[in-house]
Design a protein around this ligand. Structure first.
Ligand SMILES: Nc1ncnc2c1ncn2[C@@H]1O[C@H](COP(=O)(O)OP(=O)(O)OP(=O)(O)O)[C@@H](O)[C@H]1O
Ligand SMILES: [Mg+2]
Length: 245
């Protein structure tokens, strides 16, 4: 079938002093997949995102994207190659409107104001935020801010979108909306890697789940198998999630 995986993480290791935040982590993501990364607080999930996206490169190991080694590239270069991400703590530009925030993403591909504006409008319509385009980014609810962050990332026209806890703090209705949005993103041909604690979303969206604990990958597989795995239950899920049906 297809040749190289879209993303190929090989033996990524990241140290903070004596702490091994990522310990020889390897996994691949194929084009069109939705892969979730789960694990307890402090397991090293956000650190792994930073290693892949050039925000804080690994001490050892390699990250290949479409077969190309991107391990030492700067974050903006990696974004230009087609990997966009969001942050666990929502990062919007506070003194700008919703539209202007999304335009900052669109400027990655277009230096023209008009083209960036058009792209931002299109993304806002897609993300269900168009009505709020002239609102100050700071005035948004948590849910709308999460949508805005996804919109800013989408405006860079990624091939791979990496989301760090986009569902955190959402009520059940908002959660449905975000799951629907991510499904539509994938339907448009974007590959997704999501770090998420909201297991309902993980179960519904993921083709594959990777579990990390204390910096190490411990289990990988289809969501229904992973949640039944005793190691995963012991390290992470405990009583907080029980497979239904
Ligand atoms: N810049 C840093 N300097 C020192 N230690 C760090 C730094 N960033 C992360 N760590 C540590 O690395 C470990 C992994 O942190 P990370 O934020 O990647 O965990 P996480 O899996 O994303 O957790 P959570 O689910 O709470 O977001 C933690 O022990 C954390 O304290
Ligand atoms: Mg994190």
């Amino acid at each position: 079938m297809s040749a190289a995986p879209l993303l190929d993480v090989r033996g990524v290791t990241k140290r903070f002093g004596g702490l091994l935040a990522n310990d020889d982590v390897s996994f691949t993501v194929s084009e069109g997949e939705i892969v979730s990364i789960i694990g307890p607080n402090g397991a090293g999930k956000s650190t792994l995102f930073n290693c892949v996206t050039g925000f804080s490169p690994p001490n050892a190991g390699h990250v290949l994207y479409g077969g190309r080694d991107i391990t030492r590239l700067a974050a903006d270069r990696i974004c230009k190659l087609g990997i966009a991400r969001t942050f666990q703590i929502v990062q919007v530009i506070t003194d700008m409107t919703v539209l202007e925030n999304v335009m900052t993403g669109a400027f990655l591909r277009s230096v023209r104001n008009g083209a960036a504006h058009e792209k931002a409008e299109e993304v806002l319509r897609f993300a269900g935020l168009h009505e709020k385009r002239d609102a100050a980014a700071t005035s948004l609810t948590i849910e709308a801010k999460k949508r805005l962050e996804v919109s800013m990332a989408l405006a860079t026209q990624p091939r791979l979108l990496m989301l760090d806890e986009s569902m955190a703090g959402l009520n059940p209705v908002e959660l449905r909306g975000m799951i629907d949005l991510l499904r539509r993103v994938r339907a448009n041909g974007v590959t997704l890697v999501i770090v998420e604690h909201v297991m309902e979303a993980v179960m519904e969206l993921s083709d594959r789940v990777i579990v990390i604990n204390s910096g190490k990958k411990i289990v990988e597989g289809p969501p229904k198998e992973v949640v039944m795995n005793p190691q995963v239950i012991q390290a992470y899920l405990g009583d907080r999630y029980r497979a239904r049906g």
